[in-house]
Write a protein that binds this ligand. Structure first.
Ligand SMILES: CC(C)(COP(=O)(O)OP(=O)(O)OC[C@H]1O[C@@H](n2cnc3c(N)ncnc32)[C@H](O)[C@@H]1OP(=O)(O)O)[C@@H](O)C(=O)NCCC(=O)NCCS
Length: 263
């Protein structure tokens, strides 16, 4: 009799089955997946329970690559470096970076998707796309909230966003959430405040269109940004003085010069 059957307190999980000499993620033997599917496909599998098509897997990989790092100034990198500079462990420093992923940083993915879902619903209720977008933007403004996933501190035409939408088109991913995002962009422009969709917004649009649940969406950013945070913490620990004063603006890049992939 299995432990689950004999123990009245046993609970169940549908994610990964572990038996002696056997590991199966969502039913797939992990050794069979290894070397055959990409990390993006594996992330989709573990979050959704099914493997994506190869095209959607490529899109998942692109979203993970797009979010891997954004230099030393994002709050998560600063938090991780600050904690690392106190002598904290790698895990503590990286965890502090993850903890700073919230509504205004990284966490815009979920809120963007939720707001766009409201635009979609309003459109389905009979409003033209632009009227539906204006309705939602007015509601947010009246509540003192911003439209998540739009605007950027640095970029006016974020290269990541354009590439993600290109790859989404190649994967045949499009539809009402894309229409809603375009309507929001038009509304901002019409109001004389052009605020382009940012990378969080683009990921929110794609994940919503792919049918991800809202609650898991910011997790994709956390999964993607963790390697970048590990790199920042290790650089802080290995190159910087302990407990230095970290001025976010007073830094420059001294890594490899721009280079291209061989095509
Ligand atoms: C990312 C962000 C903080 C950058 O802001 P910024 O370029 O520094 O701009 P500011 O915060 O100075 O805002 C400038 C104006 O644009 C408005 N604005 C900026 N982003 C806005 C948004 N997403 N929705 C509504 N209004 C916005 C501000 O209200 C402000 O208006 P005002 O001049 O009438 O006061 C901002 O665009 C934002 O909050 N976006 C939503 C959250 C988000 O997507 N975060 C992820 C970033 S990758």
């Amino acid at each position: 009799m299995s432990e689950a059957a004999s123990n009245p307190n046993a609970w169940t999980t549908a994610i990964t089955e572990i038996k002696p000499n056997h590991v199966a993620v969502r039913g797939y033997d992990i050794a069979q997946l290894m070397g055959r599917i990409s990390f993006g496909q594996a992330v989709y599998l573990i979050l959704r329970g099914e493997l994506p098509t190869p095209e959607v897997g490529r899109l998942m990989d692109a979203m993970l690559v797009a979010s891997i790092d954004h230099g030393a100034t994002p709050p998560s990198a600063l938090a991780a470096r600050t904690v690392a500079s106190t002598g904290a462990s790698l895990s503590a420093a990286v965890a502090s970076g993850i903890m700073s992923i919230n509504t205004h940083h990284g966490g815009a993915i979920e809120n963007c998707a939720r707001a766009l879902a409201e635009v979609v619903e309003t459109h389905k209720g009979g409003d033209e796309w632009d009227d539906a977008a204006a309705h939602v933007l007015d509601r947010l403004k009246a509540q003192g909230q911003r439209m998540a996933g739009f605007g950027h501190r640095y970029h006016t035409a974020d290269p990541r966003t354009a590439r993600l939408f290109e790859l989404a088109a190649q994967a045949g991913v499009g539809g009402e959430f894309f229409d809603a995002a375009r309507a929001v962009e038009r509304c901002f422009a019409a109001a004389g405040k052009p605020l382009p969709i940012n990378v969080d917004g683009a990921i929110g649009v794609i994940l919503a269109q792919l049918g991800f649940e809202f609650e898991v969406m910011n997790g994709l950013f956390m999964i993607a940004r963790t390697p970048g945070l590990v790199a920042h913490v290790r650089e802080e620990q290995s190159r910087m003085k302990p407990m230095r004063k970290i001025d976010p603006a007073a830094h420059s890049y001294d890594g490899p010069p721009g280079r291209s992939l061989r095509t």
